[in-house]
Design a protein around this ligand. Sequence first.
Ligand code: PMP
Length: 438
Amino acid sequence: MNESRPESMSAFWMPFTNNRDFKASPRLLVSAQGMYYKDVDGNQILDGTAGLWCVPCGHSQPKIVGAVREMIGQLDFAPTFQMGHPAAFDLAERLMDYTGHKFGHVFYTNSGSEAVDTALKIALAYHRARGEGGRTRLIGRERGYHGVGFGGLSVGGIGPNRKQFGPLLSGVDHLPHTHNLLKNAFSRGEPDFGAELADELERLVTLHDASTIAAVIIEPVSGSTGVLVPPKGYLKRLREICTKHGILLIFDEVITGFGRLTTPFAADYFEVEPDLITTAKGLTNGVIPMGAVFSKKYIHDAFMDAPAGIELFHGYTYSGHPVACAAALATLEVFQDERILDHARGIQAYWEDAVHALKGLPHVIDLRTIGLIAGIELEPIPGKPGARAYQAFKRAFADGVLIRTTGDIIALSPPLILEKQHIDELFGKLTAVLKTLD
Ligand code: PMP
């Protein structure tokens, strides 16, 4: 195993990275176990972000690693076009169990971005299969992140991610985001103000007519734009408006799926039933790339019942890759055997208290918590947006804690297996870092 520094770092064009800055002072991870990474210098780094929100059961989970090894030795690859393999079917059934049978079908992808584009395509094709092909408009939200495919970028609402690639898909609108520092700062769980922002959907329906709108896609809790928790009642109101007008509601649960809010999905936490769910990340505990779209039975049936049995002309070479299926099956087993959701529920209050204890530290202008997520918003340095949080990220890493930042917001999302001592270590070190910032 190579644990030494690479001879050159020039050829790798790193994603979502300030390449020049990084390569001048790189952070290199060489191994991981449980709650910790180890870096190239042998330092232990406490993982406050579950990698990129994708390791709920902790690193190098033995059952998952074992299942992957076994499947690679048995079936390295098998197509799922016009043929299949047992693990893909077994996993689909287990996933439906995991959703409490609120969904009837699953379509496999390799990533969250692909899951989003797949869900948008399913929504468009569903309306066509039912003879409502005029429903082509898609609605996303400001400050929404739905990956980097052209569909996800178009419905996403992050300016810098979009502006290099325009004009993107036409016929897309955006609801306003719900972030409100004036009224909702330092909320625990769902903030009180802002449910009425869902009524903006009625405005778009009046403007365009419901017969032109296919779907609304939102993250129940936005992660990549800084942990934006929906106001009380907001998601239920969106659901009502969508139902009233025959618009499909898609929850992008790429980060909120698999226990992040201490429930199987955020949809369970908020008691709102979307028509489609996109997910990825925790599905395989991050070990092998995999994404998925969960579909209500009636959506799938619309294709099966259509004249001449219209099928969905869509799929990926690696849809339902056997090794990814093995990782996902083992992950679901670990969730059950290790009672991961119970553990997350048990530790949630301690987590929330630790986050809110940061109130009063220099530059902290908001703290937001829900499930095992935290958003710590810092006051920006005038003229240098994002610089303060980036400084916190670098100093925390040097002190042995991995945090994530977006703009001037620190987002935390640890593996769900964390214990009180990890929370103490994380917030002890983070407090020290926050006290040193410019
Ligand atoms: N949707 C959401 C809500 C996400 O947070 C992400 C990734 N952070 C994606 C989609 C894209 O997933 P991926 O990076 O696996 O393509």
